[in-house]
Design a protein around this ligand. Structure first.
Ligand SMILES: [Zn+2]
Ligand SMILES: [Zn+2]
Length: 373
């Protein structure tokens, strides 16, 4: 099959950013009834809407994920904190759940005003500290990786141009405390345990306080959106991280029923239910991809993405592609899919290393995938 036969829709330019909903604030009650954490919706211009910043009040008040760096976001954060009788200046800590700019964008502004210590997992700390150069450098590798798997260079260039405007939406921030799994972070007079849950990013964390029965989940668990794995499993960015993400879900499944405060959207009252539906979503998508490859394979990942997803705005074409690559990697590791083409890079090599397509691919020839057997 020629790439021109793939039938992928011509992507459109992104629509104007939707108006963010009005800032919303709410106390989040622990199962005991105490208002333990306060949610502040910090607007973004991104499709997923506002980021949730969380204030953990108490003797050492801490802000989790202050949000994106725009004047509107800063105003919403200030207003939210004022509504709870505090201010940016009073913060003693800023915890960043992962190195995405809609979460850490304002961390430096908060640190500058308050002297708060900034906490982030060590795998994402470099991204936050070196922003935006850290992201620019990573993008060179993402581009290479994506093109090798069939993403069209011209489309990638357009996406990069569209993305470049977001570099204004965060500042690099020194990370004062680098976190690892199991660390205890003081916040509001209690200690919160760090759960390293890689997948969405390499250094994604959740924060658990068992006494309160609350979990802060960043983007690892969202109620109404399936989180996207972004090169999340490995710091060397040679695979998409869905496999690591599914392992992280397994870890959270072990927590049972715990009230979960996500990075976007409403509080999750039924964590096991949301995790189960995320797993179902992935299993169904794998089934569709396998059926497609049986019927029409071998195909490259971009071709698969064009068949699985309906017409998407350009800003979302890469996200859809990334999800498909993640599935193909997981299926390859499970032995249901093999690599073919792409300059003779055998399926065995990729599957055995679990590390994607490191080396050996001829320029211009995308790796393709076929159903095994
Ligand atoms: Zn994120
Ligand atoms: Zn996010």
């Amino acid at each position: 099959m020629k790439p021109s036969d793939a039938g992928q829709p011509e992507p459109r330019l992104p629509p104007p950013p939707p108006q963010p909903p009005p800032p919303a604030q709410e106390p989040v009650h622990a199962p005991s009834g105490a208002a333990a954490v306060f949610r502040i919706a910090v607007p973004t211009s991104f499709a997923m809407g506002a980021t949730n910043a969380y204030l953990i009040p108490g003797p050492e008040p801490v802000l989790v994920d202050p949000g994106v760096r725009t004047p509107e976001a800063l105003r919403a954060l200030e207003a939210g904190l004022a509504a709870y009788g505090t201010s940016i200046k009073a913060m003693r800590g800023v915890i960043v759940t992962h190195g995405h700019l809609d979460h850490f964008g304002l961390a430096r502004a908060v640190r500058n005003r308050s002297g708060a210590r900034v906490y982030a997992h060590r795998y994402d700390a470099r991204v936050c500290e070196g922003f935006p150069d850290s992201v620019r450098k990573a993008n060179v590798r993402y581009r290479e990786f994506s093109l090798r798997l069939g993403f069209p260079p011209e489309l990638y260039g357009r996406m990069e141009t569209a993305y470049a405007r977001t570099f204004e939406m965060a500042e690099g921030v020194p990370v004062d405390v680098e976190l690892s799994d199991g660390d205890l972070v003081p916040a509001g007079g209690r200690e919160w345990r760090v759960l390293h849950t890689p997948g969405h990013t390499p250094g994604s964390i959740c924060l658990l306080n068992e006494e309160l029965g609350l979990l802060l989940s960043g983007d690892t668990v969202l109620r109404d959106i399936t989180p996207n794995p972004f090169f999340g499993g490995h710091s060397h960015n040679s695979s998409m991280g869905l496999g690591a993400y599914l392992q992280s879900l397994g870890r959270l499944e072990g927590l049972g029923q715990v009230k979960t405060l996500p990075g976007h959207g409403p509080v999750v009252e039924d964590l096991p239910g949301v995790l189960a539906s995320t797993r179902r979503h992935h299993a169904e998508r794998e089934g569709r991809i396998l059926a497609l490859l049986r019927a029409e394979g071998p195909l490259d990942a971009f071709q698969v993405s064009g068949r699985i997803f309906a017409e998407l705005p350009v800003s979302q074409v890469w996200l859809a592609f990334a999800e498909v690559v993640g599935h193909l990697e997981v299926m390859e590791a499970a032995g249901t899919v093999v690599r073919t083409g792409g300059g003779g890079q055998g399926g065995e090599a990729g599957a055995a290393s679990g590390a994607g397509t490191a080396g050996g691919t001829s320029p211009g020839e995308a790796v393709r995938f076929a159903a095994a057997g």
